[in-house]
Write a protein that binds this ligand. Structure first.
Ligand SMILES: Cc1cc2nc3c(=O)[nH]c(=O)nc-3n(C[C@H](O)[C@H](O)[C@H](O)COP(=O)(O)OP(=O)(O)OC[C@H]3O[C@@H](n4cnc5c(N)ncnc54)[C@H](O)[C@@H]3O)c2cc1C
Length: 414
């Protein structure tokens, strides 16, 4: 290739911006297009929850979070492990720390300082950000058509990266509009589905009115053969929160296969049924049920409300039956929250469409990265780690096509 190679990146989320940085640092002329008015909106939103960048657990445990991990993504994660992401963030002046759960966060506990420093670095590398440009079509000669403030614009480049995200929180920019564009080109795409989403439960009006917005703390949850621990938030629709998201993929699949699903909540996960029973047996007979549950088991009003809700108001008074109920409150799940309310997206471009270097088999010269690929993981930093790792793999693939060499990344093995 003669002259400075030109790269077009569509999608200014973490995947697109990271590949842009890597290629610009290698000497390519990079333009990043995005249809929003400003870049990295979803990353900034993720920052509101502290920005869980990655996770510190060992390699095997980490990789197991992606379920059936496609070999291309496994190789990408091995080549760009959590230490590489932490090094990168620290290179932007954002020290990271491991929280008590093993999750990794920037010390600032938000995304804005990182994004500010990152955009400064990109500008220094000569990366052009072309905002308010929406990808609307692939032309027959392999160019992209974008609609921008000055009307339609055709873009051709020596290499193109699509990093268009999933379709959760569409107000942040990723709306899944690309699915039709790529399907029209014959690229196989697994239907986009919600991941890490809340679940729907048909609360009674009385329960919803009294308890929506209140947390259930120190829970263990079980759905099928999967379990999780943590907190859940009661909402008007059902339940949200980390412990629920951890089971949401299982619940989604059970619902799809069987039409119904049951979630069991253990309201006292650190006690056995026998110890709860012994405590309940010590209760004074004249105390009301609520008083017994509060005094003997320290249950919150919302947990007590949940026991009533799950048993149709017929909470057993007998100690053994009551202890058993507290350890496994059955909730009938009627559905999962829709994609636009989910944290992330399952489904996407199937990995058999992607060759080494994350290049599309059916569209040579077009590379893909990030959440638009068909992988799924729970919250815990696995989403951003895979977005960055796949972007690095795509940048490597693009660099090979362009005949440029990416700078080695400082990083330790897992
Ligand atoms: C509330 C919330 C909290 C989260 N917290 C965390 C967390 O703590 N840790 C974690 O690991 N992950 C978290 N995530 C997930 C994480 O933010 C995403 O996985 C990540 O942003 C995906 O990066 P991406 O670059 O693939 O896509 P995106 O960040 O979605 O970026 C895609 C970009 O493409 C643009 N685009 C889409 N279509 C077009 C088009 N047709 N033309 C032009 N531009 C287009 C969009 O505007 C967008 O800027 C969170 C997500 C949400 C919603």
């Amino acid at each position: 290739m003669s002259g400075t190679p030109e790269v077009a990146v569509v999608g200014a989320g973490p995947a697109g911006l990271f590949a842009a940085e890597r290629l610009a640092a290698a000497g390519a002329k990079v333009t990043v297009f995005d249809h929003m008015a400003s870049p990295a909106r979803k990353l900034l939103l993720a920052g509101r929850g502290g920005l869980n960048l990655t996770h510190s657990e060992p390699r095997e445990a980490f990789l197991s979070r992606y379920g059936e991990l496609p070999p291309q993504l496994r190789a990408a994660l091995d080549a760009f492990p959590p230490s590489a992401l932490r090094n990168w963030a620290e290179g932007l002046g954002q020290q990271t720390f491991v929280g008590s759960s093993g999750r990794v966060f920037p010390v600032a506990f938000k995304a804005s300082p990182l994004v500010r420093a990152w955009l400064g670095r990109l500008s220094g590398l000569g990366v052009t950000l072309a905002m308010r440009h929406r990808l609307v079509r692939f032309t027959s000669d392999g160019a992209l058509e974008l609609s921008g403030p000055e009307g339609p614009r055709q873009i051709s480049a020596d290499a193109i990266l699509l990093a268009l995200g999933g379709a959760s929180w569409p107000r942040m920019g990723s709306d899944g509009g690309w699915v039709t564009l790529l399907r029209d080109k014959g690229v196989a795409i697994a239907d986009l589905r919600p991941a890490n989403m809340g679940i729907e439960i048909g609360w009674t009006e009385a329960f919803r009115e009294r308890f929506a917005g209140q947390p259930l703390k120190q829970l263990a949850l079980r759905a099928g053969d999967k379990s999780s621990r943590g907190e859940a938030m009661i909402t008007a629709h059902g339940l949200e929160g980390g412990a629920v998201y951890a089971l949401s993929a299982t619940i989604r699949e059970v619902l799809a296969a069987a039409g119904t699903a049951v979630l069991h909540l253990d309201l006292r996960p650190d006690s056995t049924v026998a110890s709860l029973r012994a405590r309940l047996e010590r209760a004074r007979a004249k105390d009301s049920l609520s008083a017994v549950l509060k005094k003997q088991l320290s249950l919150s009003p919302q947990a007590i409300g949940l026991l009533r809700e799950a048993s149709g108001g017929e909470v057993p008074r007998e100690a053994a039956a009551l202890a058993a109920l507290v350890k496994a409150v059955p909730l009938a799940v009627t559905g999962v929250r829709p994609l636009e309310r989910a944290i992330s997206t399952a489904g996407g471009i199937r990995f058999d469409e992607v060759q080494a270097g994350f290049e599309l088999r059916k569209l040579p010269g077009v590379f893909v990265a990030g959440e638009m690929l068909d992988w799924e993981a729970p919250t815990g930093g696995y989403l951003l780690q895979a977005a960055f790792a796949s972007a690095e793999a795509a940048a490597q693939g693009m660099a090979r096509r362009l005949g440029v060499a990416l700078k080695p990344l400082p990083g330790q093995p897992w």
